[in-house]
Design a protein. Sequence first.
Length: 546
Amino acid sequence: MTVRKMLAIACLVSCFAAAVCVGLLGSSSAPDEKYGGTLVWGVSDDPLGGLCPILTNGGTDLFAYGFSAQPLSWGGENYPAELRPILATSWEVSPDGLVWTIHLRSGVNWQDGKPFTADDVLFWAQTIQDPATGAEWFRERFYVDGLPFTFEKIDAYTVRVTTAAPVDNLMSSICVPLIPAHYFIENNISNSEIATSPANVSGGLGTGPFRIAEYRPSEAIILERFDGYWRGRPYLDRVVLRIIPDPDAMLSALLSGEVDWTMIAVNQIPQVKKSAACDVIAIPVDAAYSIALNSTKPMLADKRTRHALMEALDRRAIWENVSMGYGQILYGPWIPVCTAYEDLPDYPYDVAAAKALLAEVGWLPGPGGILVAGNVAGVVPGTRFRLEYWVTRVGDAFPTLVQAYWRDIGVEVEQKFTESSVFFDENMGKADKPFDVYTVRNGFFGPSAGNYSDLIGSDAAASMYSYANSQVAALFDQASHAASPAEADVYYKQAGRIIWDDLPILPLFQRTALWAYNTRVQYADAVVSASLLGVFENPELLWVKK
């Protein structure tokens, strides 16, 4: 399993549900007042590892890709759940489910003016499939039963994809922005060199309405208008993703007019509402907050311990504290937009029950009210029950809340602040991950629980939670070969019940996107989307009052 959906997975998106006729939107007849200007979007982090869309999948990265890059279709992870064509216009699948014929959109140019064709699709797919590329966020999505999908060029605008077994959601699975074959070939950039090439370090070429022109680390990503965009010239001249890690500094920048659009915390809503120049969009999204537990650690390996940690949390109080009632409490491992979601038996807040479970495991009262190991499997007797909570975001409220709740049952929690990029470097792809606990901001998976597979993993190294369960893996495999989404959900629901019992993560509540903006930003035609990590379905139609 990869980690493509974590923390990066981790940014909120808001929505106004709307249907748009993809490919028919143009701006040639717009009033002159709509053209020109700059939108400054405040973001909290630098890109997670770079700016090549097949290599990175962090929040800031995806905001940039929302303006600059595009997939063949929407309807998968990080994109609206409804399956819709983008760089593809249509597709058919053979009766046996093994052969997909994809028809590509003609008249699309890369941001250097060269045409998008089937050659780009073949290069993109084969590059992702090559282990040397390091496209671990997405590579497994181009395989079935351990065998790669085979991509063939039929003509300049038709591609055939053959799979070793039926993949009912293939178009959703390969929902990854495209990259241009000619750029890498002409510049002699091998797959192993992509991560250190300008395409990742400073931003490559896409087919979107804005081109990544410059990346200034810890300062900004600057995108410039692409006049050759296939839907028509964008209204804005420039989009600047300004990096401001401190939430209070971000709010000040919004209220002073230095930032036009940003995410805010619930407790900042009153300040925004006081400003005559600003407003807020607040809508539940396809995302959740959870607490990840490293179940390979001896202190957390016993399922009863994880149950105790769950029962020690007053999830309703946490929800009301952090989200002020926005969103909803979760009663299963999936997010409600997922068709396999079902309300499972609750873990009620019960400190006495939590303490009893820990006593069963072998934890004994110790000095200062902190438990010590008695006869706890894998833990040296006398060891204090101490967990390290890795914190990757300034202003994360969860660690302090969790720290207090777990202290009540005799578990000591120490917070360790770590940059997101460092967290991933130290934990991604490793069987022996160093973290004990961290806040998970997962989501934007769409309606299929199959998109959660990399959170679980085939083994501890493949799962960002360090969780692997052979029964769950088998059920996911059965679901991936199902004849229909409804049949697949039968298996996903069974897997969900096992995960809910194992508790490698402690699901808390569905998230709400809180986007604050300067009212000079005109976003109605751009369409804010619930499950789009780029936020705007048609960013070329964003404009600002001068």
